[in-house]
Write a protein of this length. Structure first.
Length: 437
């Protein structure tokens, strides 16, 4: 099954360290905008090379779209990315070993629910083969250079699982409905073995940020590259640098969250819109005692009509926690309706599958609201039809002094923390090559 990305956002306080809020606004070789995975990676590389840098984070926490809460449920709970996607394509397994952080395989079984019963093997195979056939059709279109909506590739004859196949490949995998997914961009995405961090993905990323010159609670409002040095205007004052690395999300940049002088080139402005963020949200339910006998990390899908569905990640790491994830336009509607509506819908799926007693089995709960997060405004980038080549455009530097970097600029690991981290390292290397000695 795909399960390719679970990069989501949340507008809440977390236990990630708040670092350097009162740090002075001093000139630096490089200013890094944003303390998510890309910003952390860039700062690590720059400081290792002996160049001064300052990371400015608009929110009150570090981690960006990678957050682990340890207080709400009395144990680590990922409210941001949960799965390390395509682990071998990233430096994270090696870095985890260096930090003494355990990484394990993500090998929970996948099951299908049809009303009150679990689907039999034949029914599950129909669903699984439908997903595989759909993904292969998109891949083939991409190999041929066809850049159209993924919905045009949906196989016919899927019967009762058609809507679930559409959900699995679209909102569940890309955070967007199929009409808003480029076949070319999807075909380039890299698959691979998923892994899980003991203690949470966000907690691991926070470890990577330890000791870095990060200032939180300071938003960058304008970047002016018209002078000899790049001027950076912020909510805490103005400073200058030889170069700037911007890791803000495409939606924040597209809506003018940071002003560029001179403006971004027209093709990059267009690319920001073409690589808009999808919506991917999570409801966390505590179900003490595991009365539904879920296996550890079991993935549960539901056969039901239309877009109103979720995927469960049950008994997360063998705990009492269940993640109910959804994406696309339905997720956006749920966020607009509010946290209570999100939780109620997740619980209703349990009632639909296990009976009315399921409602009483749920203890504490929480729902993310990442679409409303002013500093990110979505989950992860997914190219709109006709915009499959926009990542190449977006990763181009401005005068060799300003770079945009993050998961949106990685050609094959877009939508992943690993992709964002690799892009942070890449632009840091390009930046170092051009810095004055």
């Amino acid at each position: 099954m795909l399960d390719r990305r679970a990069v989501l956002l949340a507008a809440l306080a977390t236990t990630l360290p708040r670092v350097g809020r009162a740090a002075p606004m001093m000139p630096a070789d490089v200013v890094v905008v944003g303390a998510g995975a890309a910003g952390i990676a860039a700062a690590r590389r720059l400081t290792t090379a002996g160049r001064s840098c300052l990371v400015l984070e608009a929110s009150e926490r570090i981690g960006g779209r990678c957050v682990t809460d340890t207080t709400r449920f009395g144990r680590p709970c990922d409210l941001g990315a949960h799965w390390l996607h395509a682990a071998r394509a990233t430096p994270f397994p090696a870095l985890a070993r260096d930090l003494g952080v355990a990484v394990r395989a993500s090998d929970g079984e996948e099951t299908l629910r049809i009303g009150r019963r679990r689907a039999d093997d034949g029914e599950f195979d129909t669903f699984s083969h439908g997903v595989e056939a759909f993904a292969q059709a998109i891949q083939e279109a991409g190999r041929q250079g066809i850049d159209v909506a993924a919905s045009q590739m949906l196989p016919r004859g899927l019967g009762s699982v058609a809507d679930l196949v559409a959900f699995t490949v679209g909102p569940n995998d890309c955070g967007k409905d199929l009409d808003h997914i480029s076949t070319l961009d999807f075909a380039r995405s890299r698959e691979g073995t998923n892994q899980l961090f003991t203690g949470g993905y966000g907690a691991f990323l926070a470890r990577l940020a330890e000791g870095l010159p990060i200032t939180t609670g300071v938003a960058v409002t304008r970047i002016d590259r018209s002078g000899r040095r790049v001027a950076v205007e912020t909510t805490a004052g103005r400073l200058e640098a030889a170069a700037v690395i911007v890791t803000a999300s495409t939606d924040v940049l597209a809506r003018g969250g940071i002003r560029f002088d001179p403006p971004l080139p027209a093709d990059q402005e267009d690319a920001l819109a073409g690589l808009s963020l999808g919506v991917y949200e999570r409801v966390v339910l505590e179900i003490p005692g595991n009365p539904f006998h879920f296996h550890a990390d079991e993935e549960v899908f539901f056969v039901r009509p239309g877009k109103r569905t979720m995927r469960l990640s049950a008994a997360v790491d063998g705990s009492d926690l269940v993640f109910a994830d959804t994406g696309g336009s339905f997720a956006e509607d749920l966020v607009a309706a509010g946290e209570k509506a999100m939780i109620d819908f997740a619980v209703s799926l349990l009632v639909e599958s296990f009976g009315s007693e399921a409602r009483k089995a749920v203890g504490r709960s929480h729902a993310t609201g990442w679409r409303k997060d002013r500093w990110i405004a979505g989950s992860f980038s997914c190219a709109e039809p006709g915009h499959g080549n926009d990542r190449t455009i977006l990763r181009r530097s401005l005068d060799g002094r300003v770079w945009l970097a993050g998961e949106a600029t990685h050609p094959t690991l877009w939508g992943t923390v690993g992709g964002a981290f690799l892009e942070g390292e890449r632009v840091a290397e390009e930046c170092l090559a051009g810095l004055p000695r």
